[in-house]
Design a protein around this ligand. Structure first.
Ligand SMILES: Cc1cc2nc3c(=O)[nH]c(=O)nc-3n(C[C@H](O)[C@H](O)[C@H](O)COP(=O)(O)O)c2cc1C
Length: 336
């Protein structure tokens, strides 16, 4: 099984990717960047471009294969331009975002907005694949816009194209990120994709945040024992993409592979390096602290009875105050 760090806007940027790689090693097979917008003007924003520059991804010894830039585009022309720009940097794969649920994105017929019009999406993909040669193109989709039955048509469309991987976030757009993933609809979608001739590896995404969660998922997507002589197929899934689970437990992939639990010393090292990473491009302490609070929103689960300590972290105004509050939470609260 391969494990991927999911793209997360504003979060899985190069400081996080580098620090995660440095502290937790090579367990994660691929890191997806947050989406880069392929604007009609055919210019990336500077901060988006910076995120994929080789020199910003210094912790990776083979960044073109270990990092996958994701593109948000509403038409084939913009996607083709963006994919070509990114391939000039050496990347071997680019990923098309077919899942972002934000109204501002959807209303421009991008992200999950493309799922509302399967015939348009089909045309867009046919134009993209007619335009090669390219880096490999993978897709990250949801099961539909408002109804999981929409997945049937979407899978038939995806099966027509030589995509390099199909990641399915097991929700529809209207679920946003809430509620239990739709495992049965996911299973059905993988079957339809295969029956329609789809050959790409399939990656599952949604709520994998612990070893028991992964075990339960595996039971649900491949409940039958393999018949004699057949390999267990793991429900036709060869990869798992994880977002929030890795933010809450950066050692999660190690654990899923049978390794050690997160240790407080490595979490402290991770947090320290992350602060320094953000501070290289965010000028004010307070703004660096805001960035760190996005991580604390997930990480506090490791500390027992930590409300007061967490409040002190949130209230800190300077680097010294922040570091003192972080030292206190490690010293005063039980870690698990
Ligand atoms: C804050 C946030 C930002 C996200 N940004 C992106 C993004 O840029 N591109 C994308 O395809 N998905 C994005 N997602 C969705 C995640 O990649 C993932 O599909 C979702 O969180 C479900 O996986 P999880 O349960 O493992 O977190 C984002 C999710 C969150 C919570």
């Amino acid at each position: 099984m391969n494990y991927y760090f999911a793209p997360m806007e504003g979060v899985t940027l190069y400081p996080l990717r580098n620090v995660h790689r440095e502290v937790f090693g090579k367990g994660v097979d691929k890191y997806y960047t947050p989406f880069l917008t392929a604007a009609h003007t055919h210019h990336f924003k500077n901060r988006e471009k910076k995120d994929v520059l080789p020199e910003c991804n210094r912790a990776f010894d083979d960044y073109p294969r270990q990092i996958v830039p994701q593109i948000m585009a509403g038409c084939s022309e913009d996607f083709i331009w963006a994919a070509k720009e990114i391939s000039k940097l050496g990347y071997e794969e680019v990923n098309l975002n077919l899942g972002c649920p934000a109204p501002t994105v959807v209303n421009r017929r991008k992200g999950a907005g493309l799922l509302q019009d399967p015939e348009y999406l089909d045309k867009m993909l046919s134009e993209i694949f007619a335009a090669g040669p390219f880096p490999a193109i993978s897709l990250k989709t949801r099961l539909g816009f408002s109804d999981e039955a929409e997945a049937d048509r979407l899978m038939e469309i995806y099966a027509k194209y030589p995509i390099s991987e199909l990641t399915i976030h097991a929700r529809v757009r209207e679920d946003f990120y809430a509620g239990a993933p739709r495992i049965e609809a996911f299973r059905r979608s993988v079957s339809i994709y295969r029956e329609s001739g789809g050959k790409a590896p399939v990656c599952y995404n949604g709520n994998v945040d612990s070893v028991p969660a992964l075990q339960k998922l595996m039971q649900e997507i491949s409940p039958d024992e393999p018949s004699r002589g057949q390999e267990r197929s793991e429900g036709g899934v060869s990869s798992i993409m994880i977002g929030r689970g890795l933010l809450a437990n950066p050692a999660l992939v190690r654990q899923l592979k049978g390794g050690e639990q997160l240790k407080p010393s490595e979490l402290k090292e991770y947090l320290g390096k992350l602060y320094e990473g953000y501070a290289t491009y965010i000028p004010e302490d307070r703004n660096v602290i805001f960035k760190m609070l996005e991580h604390w929103a997930y990480l506090h689960v490791h500390f027992k009875n930590c409300d007061r300590n967490l409040k002190n972290i949130r209230k800190s105004r300077s680097k010294d105050e922040y570091l003192a509050a972080v030292n206190r939470i490690f010293a005063e609260c039980n870690f698990s």
